[in-house]
Design a protein around this ligand. Structure first.
Ligand code: F6P
Length: 550
């Protein structure tokens, strides 16, 4: 199962030599040597235009990266995923988020069973339920229609739904309120239900396992809040639905499994926003838009599966990420959507990328001797420009950037004197990529009249790589395509690094230790502590602060 050691592969070593040879060459030189570079180093398909000409690669680097992908068996690994093989080896599971958006009638078998039929059965139930709620046919316990939806979940059971709701708000029911609770901090719950009428409020409890501490605590709080306001335990039947793979735990919580929407162990939490975990999305935008989003995902799935490596968007993005990470030593990636509706997209991508590829051993369990998943972070433009872009332009670290923008605004806003604020927005996106790539030399600064002492401060080194992704307009379909682009790019990186991108053992230790700590924090008498001296002192100090003893 385990691949040969990555760093010993001739393709890897050839890339190292090539990176050494071209590493310091400036993007100014690349563009001067090839005036058509900005039109040649682009790839357009399934409604997305990717300009990667400002990445520090030449055709040879790209060729070597593709050879590396072939040596790592990328085409075969893609097929294995689509065929439903158990490529999540440490959990012995298939990885079939692509089945969530496969059209009805397509067949994908897991243990001889067609999962696409199951997917569509759930989608149909979700649509019927969404229509009932949206039309007012589904009534709360006291006979009022549902006007508020509060989705409770965390991680993959929250970040996707929140991101999609924010992204597609323009398509949502404006006469309904959608809120999200994730944090176990009581403030999150308190603020989410603030001002809501319990008689008009539906809770969706989203948890793949239905055992997650935060989600269960918030679900219990929600039930207590509902029942206290509505004065009847039976209200739960009309005000709570669950999304989970664990019917037994859902029933134990007290939600009738008739009000449960299922999914399957072959859907990873961070790959689940297009499963029933997206019920809040469907309630907000309606089944038709939800299906358009699924079609967008599917279009990218098909492209990823069938496009040759040299014309394959996720393969290219994944390989560029490997190049920047391993050959240019860039430890992080900034995702910079110039689209306010995508304000939660970087947060969503953080889980997708870092829970997937933040691994230090190969699938076979050997320690890696190369860097794996970079740190993803970001904020919408133009806001970030007035905060952290200083470091992007003049700091000592190289941070490759993904700029994302759209040709048309969903909220055009004319500017006095002509044009639209959208032009201002996109001018900034385009200018930032240009400034990062080409910078401003000391000579240019001095020629502009800056005095010698200030010149170093006003010089921009440039040669900072970025990609720009453009689409016509942010629609449900385009959102699906964009998310699938990143999902598959993450997969490509994991294949090169020979890691299991679909497990997440790294989240376990903290959870386990918290159980002991909870008991120690809540013990009536001063507990006997056996941690290290820092942990012991923090527990004592917290207890004292909480109890007002300091
Ligand atoms: O702790 C990490 C994690 O397991 C994520 O992988 C997952 O998305 C999240 O917790 C929530 O899990 P669940 O949907 O089972 O509540």
């Amino acid at each position: 199962m385990s691949e040969p050691r990555l760093t010993r592969l001739p393709q890897w070593q050839a890339l190292q030599r090539h990176a050494y040879a071209i590493g310091q060459r400036h993007l100014r030189e690349w563009f001067a040597a090839d005036p058509q570079r900005g039109e040649r180093f682009v790839l357009e398909d399934v409604g997305l235009y990717l300009d990667y000409s400002k990445q520090r690669v030449d055709a040879d680097a790209l060729g070597l990266l593709r050879e590396l992908a072939t040596a790592r068996g990328l085409p075969q690994r893609i097929e294995a995923m689509f065929r439903g093989e158990r490529i999540n080896t440490t959990e012995h599971r298939a990885v079939l988020h692509v089945a969530l958006r496969a059209p009805a009638g397509e067949k994908i078998l897991v243990d001889g069973h067609d999962v696409v039929a199951d997917v569509h059965a759930v989608l149909d139930r979700m649509a019927a339920f969404a229509e009932q709620v949206r039309s007012g046919a589904w009534l709360g316990h006291g006979g009022k229609r549902i006007r508020n939806v509060v989705s409770i979940g965390i991680g993959g059971s929250d970040l996707g739904p929140v991101m999609a709701y924010e992204a597609l708000r323009a398509y949502s029911r404006r006469d309904m309120t959608f809120r999200f609770v994730s944090n176990v901090d009581g403030t999150d719950f308190a603020e989410a239900v603030h001002g809501l009428d319990a008689a008009e409020t539906l809770f969706i409890v989203c948890s793949k396992t239905f055992t997650t501490l935060e989600t269960l605590a918030n679900a219990h709080a929600a039930r207590a809040w509902s029942v206290a306001a509505l004065g009847d335990e039976r209200a739960v039947a009309k005000h709570f639905v669950a999304v989970s793979t664990n019917a037994a735990e859902v029933a134990k919580f007290g939600i009738d499994t008739a009000n449960m929407f299922g999914f399957w162990d072959w859907v990873g939490g961070r790959y689940s926003m297009d499963s029933a975990i997206g019920l809040s999305t469907m309630l907000a935008i309606g089944p038709e838009h939800f299906h358009a989003m699924l079609a967008g995902f599917h279009a990218m799935d098909e492209h990823f599966r069938h496009a040759p490596l040299e014309r394959n968007l996720p393969a290219l993005m994944g390989l560029l990420a490997v190049w920047n990470n391993n050959f240019l030593d860039a430890a992080s990636v900034a995702v910079l959507p110039y689209e306010q509706y995508l304000k939660r997209f970087p947060a969503y991508l953080q889980q997708l990328t870092m829970e997937s590829n933040g691994k230090r051993v190969t699938r076979g369990g050997a320690a890696v001797d190369y860097a794996t998943g970079p740190i993803y972070w970001g904020e919408p433009g133009t806001n970030g420009q007035h905060s952290f872009y200083q470091l992007l332009h003049q700091g000592t670290r190289i941070v490759p950037c993904d700029f994302i923008g759209f040709g048309q605004s969903l909220n055009p806003l004319p500017v006095q004197g002509g044009g639209d604020q959208h032009d201002l927005l996109l001018a900034n996106l385009i200018a930032q990529g240009e400034a990062l790539a080409f910078g401003k030399t000391a000579e240019e600064v001095r020629a502009a009249g800056t005095d010698a002492a200030l010149a170093p401060h006003r010089t921009f080194p440039g040669n900072r790589p970025s990609s720009t992704i453009l689409a016509q307009r942010l629609t449900p379909r385009v959102l699906g395509t964009l998310i699938a682009l990143y999902e598959h790019s993450v997969f490509v990186q994991g294949v090169i690094w020979d890691i299991d991108s679909f497990d997440q053992w790294g989240v376990e230790l903290g959870k386990q230790l918290a159980k002991t700590t909870i008991a120690e924090l809540t013990a009536k008498d001063e507990p006997k502590l056996a941690h290290d001296s820092s942990t012991n002192a923090l527990i004592r100090r917290y207890r004292a602060l909480r109890d007002g003893h300091t």
